[in-house]
Design a protein around this ligand. Structure first.
Ligand code: 13P
Length: 249
């Protein structure tokens, strides 16, 4: 059965000391009740946060990884380095990476494969910008991102991937996708996966929603049959809000 997951993406927020404090509070409050909670911290926080985690349901993730394995790539952090901190997840293809750092489908596909080879779970992000939705192209955009990013994986590798649908117009704007919009897209993604890898694989794929998810809307969003949790930005920076979202299940 697919996992229910709430992952916090801290983005470029929190000093090390602030991150430690937040992680301590979250660790205290997480209940081992089957919902997977992931803290995706900046690289420099990973080791310290790993040492704080004592709960079986609380996991650590990075927000990005290098597209090479090692060597002369100044400023980059490899999948093996991430794994060596005790992290289990890595966000790949966040819209901020796609747009500000020009990460294209081919590069993201490479990163997904490196992550899998290092036994990290990729949280693969997809989502359309506002103009694409307004033009009625959102389904096609997301389909292409998923096909190019993931669909040359073996079924075995694909089964280890988590997908996050994050409509770019909903990220950090306070305007979340409606429950119906989220369900419509998540269902379409699951059908796409079923066509490629079969119904069992589709059934077992966790598809998270991201974009202005908060305690006040999480319950409605997560109540949808194809929404298996959330990838949370702003609201993950505050333990009360983040745990409010976790408890929406
Ligand atoms: P917000 O929750 O701040 O809208 O960000 C969502 C996001 O980008 C998570 O990766």
């Amino acid at each position: 059965m697919r996992k229910k997951i709430v992952a916090g993406n801290w983005k470029m927020n929190k000093t090390l000391q602030e991150g430690i404090e937040l992680a301590r509070t979250v660790n205290r409050q997480v209940e081992d009740n089957g919902i997977v909670v992931v803290l995706c911290t900046p690289f420099i926080h990973l080791t310290e946060v790993r040492n704080i985690i004592t709960k079986d349901s609380l996991f650590l993730g990075a927000q990005n990884c290098a597209s090479e394995t090692s060597g002369a790539f100044t400023g980059e952090v490899s999948v093996d380095m991430i794994k060596s901190t005790g992290a289990d997840y890595v966000i790949i293809g966040h819209s901020e990476r796609r747009s500000y750092y020009n990460e294209d489908d081919a590069l993201l596909n490479k990163k997904v494969k490196l992550a899998l080879a290092a036994e990290l779970t990729p949280i693969f992000c997809c989502g359309e910008v506002l103009a694409e939705r307004q033009a009625g192209n959102h389904m096609r955009v997301v389909k292409t991102q998923i096909e190019k990013g993931l669909f040359d994986l073996s079924i075995d590798d694909f089964s280890k991937v988590v997908i996050a649908y994050e409509p770019v117009w909903a990220i950090g704007t306070g305007v979340n996708a409606t429950s119906d919009q989220a369900q419509e897209m998540h269902k379409a993604i699951r059908e796409l996966v079923a066509e490629k890898y079969g119904n069992l694989a589709a059934d077992n794929t966790s598809i998270l929603y991201g974009g202005s998810c908060k305690p006040s809307n999480a319950k409605e969003l997560f109540a949808n049959p194809d929404v298996d949790g959330g990838l949370i930005g702003g609201a993950s920076l505050n333990a009360a809000d983040f745990m409010g979202i976790v408890s929406a299940f």
